[in-house]
Design a protein around this ligand. Structure first.
Ligand SMILES: Nc1nc2c(ncn2[C@@H]2O[C@H](COP(=O)(O)OP(=O)(O)OP(=O)(O)O)[C@@H](O)[C@H]2O)c(=O)[nH]1
Ligand SMILES: [Mg+2]
Length: 446
């Protein structure tokens, strides 16, 4: 028998409705102690008074979900009250005093996994859906919530199972079962390997959809970095002035860019300086460069190249860069041709950040470089899934190796390991630490 857990499942704050959720064997018994009606029928909305030790404090709707037909697979009762902070807390505390235990982070969903109501992919999808920052993030999470990844993984698992049962049959009954030609076996294993690798390869793109990307605007002082930031954000976020060294700290702003969360970071112009604050700013700029996925490297078309520019060219070497030649409205002291000698393989875009000219070209180049992602094709989107599939892949690769140099017995052993690894997704026999890794990201009440 599991203990009965309780939590406020809606966010803490003021709202029209706030929901308290109970799950466990005593859910119904506890709910009836605070409600003025008998709750006889499951899945029926009862309206009534909610009381603490006989004192009515709120009105609400109570719904009982009888096990196993509930979110967690246990008896669940949901009490919808008015969405205040105190009234919900009072009822919560009272239910705890009656014997319920405050749920741990994600414990409702964890119980759902443990009771076979959802697999770990669907549980991950729940947290991703709740945390999604953009529409694309929602779509990614919901396709998994409806079992897209689970189906893909199960079909791989079944394929391995099929191959392995054939191998086992030829080992156990060599007289009766026709041996599979080695070439056919090799081909099947390669197909299995390729399909796991294909799933794994979508992991990188999923990070872009969920966490987004970081873009740093860098360049020497006064080239127009902050003006470019404001142009990209479409509002005046950073101070712009003709004094070199205006921006002294990094400025970060998140935008929804073509449906992806993108963080744009304006940095302090990088130059040699004795000023202690400016020096600190320059350090931060360097850090921003190191931690960004893409650099918008800004040059001033009205001034010739200087040592500060060249220093930065070296410092950003190896990063993905888009070269921006700003102030193209002014008489030229630096041309695109000169820059193309420094950056033979990188796109160079002429703009006037001040006049907001060429900004759309910068935007489409960013999209081109970073956001060419088909959300529909993404399947694997978190580390737990990635690790699980990587482990299965290792076993399949070992099986392939054993086919070349070992025995069929060893091939079969590795395939069984792969099957077991992929079976773990159902959550019923998954290790405690994997479950912990998933559910530590949840908050209480989910
Ligand atoms: N003519 C012209 N002036 C510009 C353009 N972009 C920026 N400026 C001007 O250049 C000066 C510096 O612009 P900022 O955006 O503050 O430059 P910054 O690179 O952020 O400078 P620091 O913060 O000092 O590193 C301001 O006077 C801007 O108005 C442009 O496209 N054309
Ligand atoms: Mg600036």
């Amino acid at each position: 028998m599991s203990d009965t857990i309780v939590a406020i499942s809606t966010p803490r704050g003021f709202g029209g409705i706030g929901v308290i959720r109970l799950s466990g064997d005593k859910a119904l018994e506890l709910a009836e102690k605070i409600f003025n009606k008998r709750i006889e029928m499951p899945r029926y909305a009862y309206y009534g008074a909610i009381s603490i030790e006989g004192t009515p404090i709120d009105t609400g709707i109570v719904i009982y979900y009888k096990k196993p037909h509930s979110y967690t697979g246990e008896d669940v009762v949901e009490i919808s009250m008015h969405g205040g902070i105190k009234n919900l807390e009072m009822v919560l505390n009272y239910l705890i005093s009656l014997g319920a235990r405050l749920a741990e982070k994600g414990e409702f969903t964890r119980r759902a996994v443990e009771n076979g109501k959802m697999d770990i992919f669907e549980a991950n999808a729940v947290i991703e859906l709740i945390e999604a920052k953009t529409e694309k993030g929602v779509l990614l999470a919901s396709s998994r919530l409806f079992g897209k990844l689970s189906k893909a993984v199960m079909s791989i698992r079944n394929k391995i199972l099929e191959v392995n049962s054939h191998i086992e049959a030829t080992i156990d009954f060599p007289m009766d079962v026709e041996e599979i030609p080695e070439e056919t076996l090799r081909q099947s294993l390669h197909e299995i390997r390729d399909s796991i690798e294909k799933l794994l390869s979508t992991y990188k793109d999923s990070r872009v959809v969920i966490d987004g990307v970081r873009i740093a605007i860098v360049g020497k002082p006064n080239v127009g970095k902050s003006t470019l930031l404001n142009a990209l954000l479409k509002f005046e976020r950073a101070i712009v002035s003709e004094i070199p060294g205006t921006t002294r700290d990094t400025i970060e702003e998140m935008i929804n860019f073509y449906g992806f969360p993108v963080k744009i970071i304006d940095t302090a112009g990088i130059r040699e300086s004795e000023d202690i604050i400016e020096k600190m700013g320059v350090e931060r700029s360097k850090h921003a460069i190191e931690t960004s996925d893409l650099i918008l490297f800004v040059f001033d078309a009205s001034t010739p190249l200087q040592e500060d520019d060249l220093e930065l060219v070296r410092f950003t070497e190896g990063k993905m860069r888009i070269i921006v030649l700003n102030k193209s409205d002014l008489p030229k002291a630096l041309t695109k041709e000169e820059l193309s000698k420094l950056f033979p393989n990188e796109p160079i875009i002429e703009i006037s950040a001040l006049l907001r000219e060429g900004i759309d070209e910068v935007e489409s180049e960013i999209k081109n470089k970073l956001l060419n992602i088909d959300v529909d094709s993404i399947l694997v989107s978190n580390k737990v899934e990635h690790d699980l599939l990587s482990k299965a892949l290792t076993h399949v690769n070992n099986a392939i190796k054993n086919l070349e140099t070992g025995t069929l017995d060893l091939v079969s052993e590795e395939l069984r390991e792969a099957i077991e690894t992929l079976s773990d997704v159902s959550g019923e026999n998954i290790g405690e630490n994997v479950l912990n890794a998933i559910f530590e990201r949840f908050c209480i009440g989910k």
